[in-house]
Design a protein around this ligand. Structure first.
Ligand SMILES: Cc1cc2nc3c(=O)[nH]c(=O)nc-3n(C[C@H](O)[C@H](O)[C@H](O)COP(=O)(O)OP(=O)(O)OC[C@H]3O[C@@H](n4cnc5c(N)ncnc54)[C@H](O)[C@@H]3O)c2cc1C
Length: 446
């Protein structure tokens, strides 16, 4: 157990790492965080896209905060940012058989082309069922195809659900369990369940660049050390108690070390793991993403998110500037084109220019985009973003305890009953700490 006054090294400065660092530093623990990249934030970090009128700085991958994201909003409140969130009601589009339709309201849903009234009724029943199921563990034992076919019917499964499953899981979707769809439906309907009338989407003005800079300042104020551009090469349990973290440049000793990377990376960092723990860690299969940020001179649509039923090089269209003011990004329109795929997908090694050409050609199948409309494109790649939710996933996940004294794993792979997002990440980091940290015993003396 970690005690106030002890030293803790944290490997990874994504949202797991920064949440652990903040809460541990607040509890009086001496924190040192190691982040391989030159900035904090991991998948939620910001970047800059050069344009003729100056750099556009926003999140490398699109991020939205929901009004119902209670763990994240508590943390933002603690660092003085929750009140600054700018909230909007967003619209959703649906592209099928070469036609773009709105699908933001029940009336628009009923008017959707390509799905019969019976198919729509069954779809609505499926979503209602997903909303009301409480025991996600039973769904984890059922293949997603079986559950969705049962509730939506074979035709609607093929026409509606398969494109959506492929959009997120690629060719791994047949392995997915039904709790994956349950978790997606739960997130989409979280507001209603938590008593909020309308789900609103929001972002802190300045995006995650501002959130992470504010967090960094808080960490510094609490005395935490953040080592950026510092890749950890090895984590070893010492014979005389304590843990040594080795980087390219140094070795440092800590009372405890928390690794926040994917289990595969954690296994590579820890040569002393026993075979069973190592096997469990490397068995978790992740999905990655290739995502284009496209800066345009004019808006494309009123839709924050457009679902794509047709086969395109990317798997959704996210028009960020329907949610944030264009002034945040130099007055331009910012559109993200993500393609979720396996970590060994050839697209990860394809040249940027090739991906840009293919993605812009795909975008022109949905919207009219003149060559002059495109101001800049930048391609981001992450080979490991979220785990494939296979059957009985929660039974297979590697635990926090690694078998090495003082070495703990707090990983996105352990988020088992939810979609991956910053709110769940913050919530999981805080929950894991309740098991890892000895709370000071309240004094009985006044
Ligand atoms: C395309 C996309 C869209 C998303 N949309 C949303 C959204 O709308 N809303 C939302 O809430 N969330 C969204 N998310 C999810 C959110 O970004 C993640 O859930 C969250 O950022 C994960 O944080 P993490 O700490 O688990 O992992 P990561 O961010 O991956 O952090 C791990 C960190 O460890 C570091 N690291 C790895 N190995 C080492 C090493 N050896 N030494 C030192 N450091 C190391 C990495 O550099 C990285 O910074 C999205 C993610 C993506 C990719």
């Amino acid at each position: 157990m970690i005690r106030p006054g002890q030293s803790v090294g944290i490997v990874g400065g994504g949202w797991l790492g920064v949440t652990l660092a903040l809460r541990l530093a607040e509890a009086g623990v001496v924190v040192t965080m190691f982040e391989a990249a030159t900035e904090l934030g991991g998948l939620a970090a910001a970047w800059s896209i050069p344009t003729p009128t100056g750099d556009v700085t926003w999140d490398r991958y699109y991020h939205v905060t929901l009004a119902s994201d209670s763990a994240l909003r508590r943390l933002l409140a603690d660092i003085g940012l929750d009140d600054t969130i700018a909230w909007t009601s967003t619209k959703t589009g649906y592209f099928s058989d070469g036609r773009l339709s709105p699908v933001s309201t029940p009336r628009e849903f009923l008017a959707l082309p390509g799905l019969s009234p019976l198919a729509k009724t069954r779809l609505a029943a499926t979503i209602l069922r997903g909303r009301t199921v409480r025991d996600w563990r039973t769904l984890e034992a059922v293949r997603v195809e079986r559950w969705l076919t049962r509730w939506s019917g074979a035709e609607t499964f093929r026409r509606f659900w398969v494109p959506l499953l492929e959009a997120k899981l690629g060719d791994a979707w047949p392995d997915a369990n039904a709790a994956f769809i349950w978790a997606t439906i739960q997130r989409l309907t979280a507001a209603r369940r938590s008593g909020i009338r309308d789900e609103r989407f929001g972002a802190v003005p300045g995006g995650y660049a501002r959130v992470l800079a504010t967090l960094a300042a808080h960490l510094a104020g609490l005395g935490a050390t953040v080592r950026l551009g510092t890749q950890v090469a090895q984590v070893r349990q010492r014979a005389d108690a304590g843990v040594t973290v080795t980087t390219d440049a140094t070795s440092e000793d800590f009372d405890h070390v928390i690794i926040t990377t994917t289990p595969r990376v954690a296994a590579a960092l820890c040569p002393q793991l026993d075979d069973a723990t190592r096997a469990r860690m490397v068995a978790v299969r992740y999905r990655g993403v290739v995502c284009a940020s496209v800066v345009l001179r004019r808006p494309l649509s009123p839709f924050y998110l457009t679902y794509l039923m047709d086969d395109l090089p990317f798997t959704a269209i996210v028009e960020m500037t329907t949610m944030i003011p264009p002034a945040s990004v130099g007055g331009y329109t910012l559109v993200y084109l993500p393609r979720y795929c396996a970590p060994d997908d050839p697209m990860f090694d394809a040249p940027d220019a090739e991906i840009e050409a293919a993605f812009l050609a795909g975008l022109r199948q949905v919207h009219v985009v003149a060559p002059d409309d495109v101001v800049a494109v930048r391609i981001a790649r992450a080979r490991e973003v979220f785990p494939v939710p296979v059957l009985e996933y929660s039974e297979l996940v590697p635990p926090v305890a690694t078998g090495l004294t003082g070495v703990h794993l707090v990983s996105s792979a352990q988020i088992v009953n939810a979609t991956l997002n910053v709110n769940e990440t913050v919530g999981w980091a805080e929950l894991a700490l309740t098991e890892l940290v000895v709370r000071p015993v309240p004094s009985t003396h006044q």
